[in-house]
Design a protein around this ligand. Structure first.
Ligand SMILES: Cc1ncc(COP(=O)(O)O)c(C=O)c1O
Length: 430
């Protein structure tokens, strides 16, 4: 009898975490790695939130609390959602989770039976695809198109919807592309879902980057158009530079649905630390947060401009201007070609070829030879990612490091010999 259940084989991962030991390996050789792989803002937790958490620990908010989330935080979330999305949700529709990630898998478990279909953006946050296979639902990638600013056409979505469609994941602003849907596209998506999807479909709107928008854009949510079908998800990790707080929330279309997730919380975590939840309430409500978000977004926007311009000058790379989040997602097809990465794939044994890709080879070459950590294309959805050559570069790192990163990338682009040697050595090919 095997040690592990069969389903253990089916779950994927988030490579941004998995690449950590590789970075440490390079650092152990004495090199400073430029970390453009990270999905967390490089700013400190704002002081007013920090002070509130400490105050609440001193207030003894250190015990079990409401498994659905404490009422003051659920009230703050509901008010924020109502004010920004034009809705009328009650705190009873809100459930607090340990981050914005857990509701992804919990929603898949709750809404999908094996064989039901889950539509999700690709490239997209890898956990959407990872959990779909784990629960034996059918993954249906909705491929985002570079030419459309990493968006899609409503008719592309329409083609994927059928009577087994149970969940449709949307993520604007998007990880890893920084794409944002226009109001018009959101309207068209809503129309297609109303017209073609089964009545019990749920739209999972991952809005974790809701505050990180550039060029004066304002966040818009599909929930405004489809309130009866949309689950809105967000949290503190990105908006308040508080990835370690592990506070996220989902707003469900009905109280009945929220109560199912409350029970899952009871089963899985019991509850989330109440002192952090009070910190999150202050984060949502304090005018000081508006200031700290503005400072952070301004810094990201300046970095984006510098990085996109620099990438545009590197042979074999072309890069869209992201509209939000804190990533750029350059197309590196020409660079893969120039380095011989596409050719190199054909010389690799089948067992290696299955695990790698041209952009993975470039990613590993960058890390192990040039101490620059990035993420490859297949870290953001594997199905249908073959022959798509992209890298995700996080701009949540200092401007000085980003300038250095661009210099290293330019050097790499011309190092065909070094690349060939790296592949020949064959130590770090995936
Ligand atoms: C699109 C998206 N959703 C969810 C999450 C998870 O966020 P959290 O840290 O709150 O769990 C991330 C984190 O990178 C993300 O990019």
């Amino acid at each position: 009898m095997p040690l592990f259940a069969d389903r253990t084989e089916l779950i994927g991962t988030e490579n941004a975490f998995k690449i950590g030991p590789c970075i440490r390996e390079v650092e152990a050789t004495g090199q400073r790695v430029l970390k453009c792989n990270l999905g967390e803002p490089d700013f400190p937790l704002p002081m007013h939130i920090r002070e509130e958490i400490k105050r609440q620990i001193d207030n003894d908010l250190t015990h079990y609390c409401d498994p659905q989330g404490i009422v003051p935080l659920r009230e703050a979330v509901a008010s924020h959602i109502n004010a920004t999305r034009g809705l009328d949700v009650s705190p009873d529709q809100v459930v607090i989770f340990p981050g914005a990630k857990p509701p992804i898998g919990l929603c898949q478990q709750t809404y999908c039976n094996p064989g039901d279909e889950v539509i999700y953006p690709s490239p997209g946050f890898p956990i959407y695809e990872s959990f779909t296979t784990y629960i034996k639902a059918k993954p249906i990638p909705l491929h985002l198109e570079e030419e459309l600013g990493f968006s899609f056409r409503a008719e592309d979505l329409k083609k994927l919807i059928n009577r087994r469609t149970k969940l449709i994941f949307l993520n604007f602003p998007s990880n890893p592309t920084g794409g944002v849907a226009s109001a018009r596209l959101l309207g068209e998506i809503a129309e297609v879902i109303e017209a073609c999807a089964p009545p019990n479909v749920r739209v999972y709107s991952d809005e974790v980057y809701e505050h990180i928008l550039f060029d004066g854009h304002r966040h818009q949510s599909i929930a405004t158009l489809l309130p009866q079908k949309t689950i809105i998800v967000s949290g503190v990790s990105k908006s308040y530079s508080w990835t370690g707080g592990r506070i996220g929330w989902a707003i469900f279309p009905t109280v009945e649905e929220a109560s199912i997730f409350k029970n899952l919380n009871i089963n899985y975590f019991s509850c989330i630390p109440a002192y952090n939840q009070m910190g999150a309430k202050v984060a949502i409500e304090s005018p000081e947060s508006v200031v700290s978000i503005r400072q952070m977004v301004t810094a990201f926007e300046e970095r984006r401009d510098v990085v996109v311009k620099a990438l545009g000058g590197i042979p074999g790379i072309r890069c869209q201007q992201p509209k939000g989040a804190f990533y750029v997602f350059p197309q590196i097809g020409g660079m893969c070609e120039n380095l011989g990465a596409i050719e190199a794939m054909t010389s690799l044994p089948e067992t290696v070829r299955r695990k790698t890709s041209p952009s993975t080879l470039v990613q590993m070459f960058l890390l192990y030879r040039y101490a620059l950590a990035t993420m490859d294309r297949k870290s953001f959805g594997r199905i249908g990612a073959d022959n798509k050559h992209y890298l995700r570069i996080s701009i949540a790192t200092s401007m000085d490091d980003l300038r250095l990163a661009m210099e290293r990338l330019r050097e790499v682009a011309g190092d065909r010999q070094g690349f060939a040697q790296f592949v020949r050595e064959g130590n770090h090919l995936w």
